[in-house]
Design a protein around this ligand. Structure first.
Ligand code: ATP
Ligand code: MG
Length: 412
């Protein structure tokens, strides 16, 4: 992509009411636009990151047998009354609206109820199980505090995955598999070392559910990380026990963290409410055993910015960066240099590399500052100096030492 054609502009200051570092940097770089507190639009560069994160998640969900679907946001009162979750005393984060006829509707804040009901049309026999489905779709929540930028939106993307199994044993086996897929997701998006499997309350078959918590000062949660095995327990669990549930370790370090994902055993809570049942091998009626598995791609994007950026700007891990290379043309009017840059842009693009080509007639200082702010992993500079040697200056975003490389080395 030619930066000269990119409509979004960088700006010196984020809006005065923006207090989250992730949103400040993303807005300054023109990756997102702030509509109002907790409500953000994604511009082309930001959307590229969001889509890459979603693609990593999608890939791992497919690898454990997930089938992608897309449920409607509009929610029916009767469906949610079945579990008593229509009530605002029970769920205080609903956004609700009305049809012209006066019929009340809700905007989905999660999707257990409509999906369990939908599955009644498709699950009747043990032969129909297990079923694993997921979607990557917009959720609405009237969050009281929306001060954490992309990490706590009032409208946000969620990947929600649901498992339907015939019994506790097959459910638990799948639950462990899902844990493994989650671990891979956080590694692939560059948060592996900082993201801890965290024991939380709210389990069905054991007393636990699990969260995935990424250590960052911007996190709203507090976790206690076992010094011996790296497993964490959240604040609620730590109040009841100060022993690691995995290795019985007794030493912990305490950190601020953000919940980037969580997985729940739902047991038969929803299948019972909607009578989602099946006939087993002997013709007996049984309730389906469910699990739910969430991740917020937008929250993950905000978390990456919080956890990895430095004083100059953002730092994107390779797999989720908007582009692989940021190519800066510093020709300053020199036609030979310009031609070299144009040629390299064409060659790299044709070889399948993703390149943001800063072909604008701007000052070198401005181009360098934008490159640092954008945080694309590898910066390539073409100037009179570099082409004098027939080379290209290459620098990683996380390093201060550039190297001169040949075109052949780059194209690979
Ligand atoms: P929190 O306690 O931080 O509000 P939650 O327990 O409400 O999170 P879930 O309802 O389990 O979260 O949602 C699943 C995932 O969706 C979370 O792990 C998180 O990654 C993401 N998520 C939840 N709320 C938001 C939000 N307001 N903005 C962005 N992502 C969110
Ligand atoms: Mg919440």
């Amino acid at each position: 992509m030619r930066q000269s054609t990119l409509f979004s502009k960088t700006r010196k200051q984020a809006p005065a009411d923006e207090v989250a570092k992730n949103a400040e940097l993303l807005i300054k770089a023109g990756f997102i636009h702030k509509e109002m507190a907790g409500v953000y639009s994604y511009l082309p560069l930001g959307l590229r990151v969001l889509n890459k994160i979603s693609d990593v998640i999608r890939d791992e969900m497919n690898s454990i047998g997930g089938q992608e679907l897309f449920l409607t946001v509009l929610q029916d009162k009767e469906t949610w009354s079945t579990t008593n979750r229509w009530s605002e005393e029970v769920v205080d984060s609903w956004f609700k609206t009305k049809l012209k006829s006066g019929t009340e509707l809700g905007l989905g804040f999660t999707h257990e109820e409509p999906l369990t009901k939908l599955m009644k049309d498709h699950i009747q026999s043990y032969k129909d199980l297990p079923v694993y489905v997921y979607q990557i779709q917009t959720k609405f929540r009237n969050e009281p505090r929306a001060k954490s930028g992309l990490m706590r939106g009032r409208e946000f993307l969620m990947k929600d995955f649901y498992s339907f199994s015939k019994d506790e044993k097959s459910h638990v086996e799948f639950y462990e598999k899902a844990k493994g897929a989650y671990k891979k997701i956080f590694e692939r998006v560059g948060l592996g070392g900082r993201t801890h499997l965290t024991f939380a309350s709210g389990g069905t078959f054991s007393k636990y559910s699990h969260e995935f918590q990424t250590v960052t000062e911007a996190g709203e949660d507090t976790i206690h990380i076992c010094s011996s095995c790296g497993t964490a327990i959240n604040e609620e669990i730590f109040a009841e026990q100060n022993v690691c549930p995995v290795c019985n370790g007794k030493e912990f370090r305490t950190e601020k963290a953000v919940e980037v994902g969580n997985i729940f055993n739902l047991g038969s809570r929803f299948s019972e409410a909607f009578d989602l049942s099946y006939l087993d091998e002997s013709g007996q009626k049984k309730l389906v055993v469910m699990g739910s598995y969430g991740i917020g791609p937008g929250r993950l994007m905000g978390t990456i910015v919080e956890a990895l950026s430095d004083e100059k700007g953002m730092v994107w891990p390779k797999n989720v960066a908007p582009f692989e290379y940021h190519l800066l043309d510093l020709s300053g009017g020199n036609e030979k240099v310009k031609a070299f840059a144009e040629d390299l842009y064409g060659t790299l693009s044709a070889a399948g590399h993703e390149v943001l080509y800063d072909d604008r007639p701007a000052r070198a200082g401005e181009k360098f500052a934008d490159a640092d702010l954008f945080g694309i992993p590898t910066r390539l500079v073409i100037s009179e100096k570099t082409i004098g040697e027939g080379k290209i200056e290459r620098k990683e975003r996380t390093s201060d030492t550039p190297a001169l490389v040949t075109k052949a080395e780059l194209v690979g």
